[in-house]
Design a protein around this ligand. Structure first.
Ligand SMILES: [Zn+2]
Length: 173
């Protein structure tokens, strides 16, 4: 097992020579998985809103979601391990996180993981009316919601009538 040495207390100016801190920070955060869906990172989900030399601004996915604290802790751990112990994490809840912030790459990763990504640009009101989700396996829109709660409180359980497979759907807030 690789042993991680604590980062040397070198001057900050040479810690990431030749690389802008924001670029290195983004690469670091792109490796921080979402605690509920490890297939996507906090960058894929759009949780990381702003990256500055001295702070990272995040908006947790769901207020009240138990994963929220885990997300911040994971980001803290990743920053500390990559020489950004001085970088602060700022949480902002306004505007609230939206499924529209999930990147195209994130959407593809969700689909590959078997989770129907939410439609882009759909108003929250219409989403609450349970707009049909496309089956992530066969692409059919002939689907139905079985339960408001899937494997986690942030997902709903759906079933595809075409291939009869159940699947999780990201709940839209
Ligand atoms: Zn299907």
């Amino acid at each position: 097992m690789a042993h991680h040495r604590p980062p040397a207390p070198s001057p900050a100016s040479t810690a990431h020579a030749g690389e802008a801190p924001a670029v290195h920070m983004r690469a670091t955060l792109a490796n921080v998985p979402d605690p509920e869906i490890p297939a996507v990172s906090v960058i894929d989900l759009g949780i990381v809103r702003e990256i500055h030399a001295d702070r990272v601004v995040i908006t947790p996915t769901y207020t009240g979601c138990p994963a929220t604290i885990t997300i911040e802790q994971s980001i803290r751990t990743a920053l500390d391990a990559n020489g950004f112990a001085d970088v602060a994490i700022e949480t902002t809840l306004s505007p609230p996180w939206s499924t529209d912030w999930i990147s195209d790459e994130g959407r593809e990763k969700l689909r590959a993981y078997g989770i129907a990504p939410p439609p882009r640009g759909a108003a929250a009101a219409s989403l609450k009316n349970q707009t049909a989700a496309d089956c992530p396996r066969c692409g059919s829109s002939n689907t139905e919601e079985l339960s408001r709660f899937g494997s986690t409180p942030c997902k709903a359980l759906w079933r595809c009538k075409a291939c009869a497979e159940p699947f999780d759907r990201f709940k839209c807030h």
